[in-house]
Design a protein around this ligand. Structure first.
Ligand code: PLP
Length: 457
């Protein structure tokens, strides 16, 4: 008998309190921080869906591994355990630990970016794009057309447009393209997966032109689960086997271990190229630390090694993907426009369709995120013009989509928390026509969404 309810495949082992607040209190809190949800005290948030990055719960085996951490500066056994766990899934020649994903990006693009270089991806994540642009290179997104259409039901909306990629390579010149990236799953494009077939096609194009192919593999296990569920001929395979095949198609990877490796901090850069690895290790020593710990404590390396074995469990991934879909489908069923199909780690509300009275340059996604917080203490994240609208030349252009992401931390909230979020969204939908436009009153030069301040218009 298969029951309808997929229970959390864990029981709670240690708890952290949630402090209850009222709508009036929350109105005051959000106003006092310039309407930027990143500036709130997290104690003033009831259900924190700001990000799934480093916010998950570790298992008792991970906490036990923390005790096993060895803090030797060089050659720690914790490093060897971590390296073996990475190699088990991603057998790249060189594994370079970093304190998180963006540190891996910074090192990689310092080594291979720079003026005149252009780096295509399906969709670059915000820190990836920012690190490329900081090196004075250009970041280009070549996701398939369905990936830009929130209502398209394509099963692999994270796929790269391979025809566009070849045209791009001819137009740009191989010598100007130091790497082709693929983000799996495609975070900024709605947490949508990339098919194995598409990864093979991109890998073949890269081989044909002699361009290195790197994965931004933050959600590799969720992506592999979607491949198993949706791609012809994959349904009997073990997820770790699919992951190893994905790795075999690439020349390297950047990684945030705050995502699928089930850690609270960590990341790595990996590659097969010896010369590039040597440049990257030297940069690592300059900014992160010695190559056998990167920016991490030995105990962190140990926890990640265990997380890498837990995240490829089919019971875990079935629960993970089904629980995200549970929230997304409930919102969709009540008529709230969400990116379909529901992605792996988050539900993305289409704020452009939800708040048609607010123009893109008055930030509909920010307005919606503010109201979700005020009404129910639910913290989501704008992924739209606030995040992507400011161009390196200083101009402001509407983003392709105006989304509010409700990211689900791994193994952290139960179904009743999610049922509460669904009720909050229903109430927000009732009030949507009254939501206000915003303007930005203060912003930094780059990655403005983290610190910008807003005022209602
Ligand atoms: C989170 C993330 C990063 C950056 O990783 P951090 O650990 O937050 O620095 C890069 N790419 C993608 C797709 C991500 O989701």
């Amino acid at each position: 008998m298969e029951f309808k309810t997929i229970i959390e495949p864990f029981k709670i082992h240690s708890v952290a309190p949630i402090a209850m607040t009222t709508e009036t209190q929350r109105e005051g809190y959000i106003k006092s921080v310039g309407y930027n949800l990143f500036s709130l005290h997290s104690d003033d948030v009831l259900v924190d869906l700001l990000t799934d990055s480093g916010t998950g719960a570790m298992s008792r085996n991970q906490w036990a591994a923390i005790q096993h951490g060895d803090e030797s500066y060089a050659g720690s056994p914790s490093w060897l355990i971590f390296q073996a766990a990475v190699h088990n899934l991603f057998p790249f020649e060189h594994v370079i630990p970093t304190h998180q994903g963006r540190a891996a990006e910074k090192i990689l693009f310092t080594a291979i970016g720079g003026p005149g270089k252009v780096i295509p991806s399906n969709t670059h994540f915000d820190t990836t794009r920012a690190n490329i642009e900081y090196s004075k290179a250009e970041a280009v997104d070549l996701v398939i057309a369905e990936g830009r259409d929130p209502s398209s039901l394509h099963p692999f909306k994270g796929n790269m447009d391979v025809i566009a990629l070849e045209a791009f390579i001819s137009a740009t010149g191989v010598e100007n393209i130091p790497v082709v990236m693929m983000t799996i799953t495609n975070n900024s494009g709605g947490g949508q997966p990339v098919s194995l077939e598409n990864l093979k096609a991109v890998s073949a194009i890269c081989k044909k032109y002699g361009i290195p192919f790197f994965l931004d593999a933050c959600r590799f296990a969720e992506n592999a689960w979607f491949i198993r569920e949706r791609e012809a001929g994959q349904s009997e395979r073990d997820v770790s086997d699919i992951v190893r095949e994905i790795a075999s198609l690439a020349d390297g990877m950047t990684m945030s271990a705050k995502k699928d490796p089930l850690g609270n901090i960590g990341g790595w850069l990996a590659m097969n190229d010896d010369a590039l690895a040597s440049i990257c290790r030297n940069l690592l020593i300059l900014t992160e630390g010695f190559p056998t710990y990167g920016g991490l404590a030995g105990r962190d390396l140990e926890a990640l090694a265990v997380g890498l074995t837990e995240v490829v469990s089919h019971d875990y991934l079935k629960y993970r993907i089904r629980s995200t879909a549970y929230l997304g489908n409930a919102l969709s069923d009540m008529g709230i426009p969400v990116v379909l199909p529901i992605g792996g780690h988050a539900v993305y509300i289409d704020a452009k369709a939800f708040l048609p009275h607010i123009p893109a340059l008055e930030y509909p996604g920010q307005s919606l995120a503010i109201e979700l917080y005020k009404v129910g203490g639910v913290r989501g994240c704008e992924i739209g013009t606030v995040m992507f609208g400011r161009k390196p030349d200083g101009s402001e252009v509407p983003a392709a989509m105006e989304l509010v992401r409700l990211a689900i931390p791994r193994r952290t909230y139960t179904q009743s928390h999610i049922d509460y979020v669904i009720e909050v969204c229903a109430e927000v939908a009732n009030r949507a026509s009254k939501f206000r436009s915003y303007k930005i009153v203060k912003e930094p030069a780059a990655l403005r969404h983290f610190t910008a301040e807003f005022a209602p218009l």
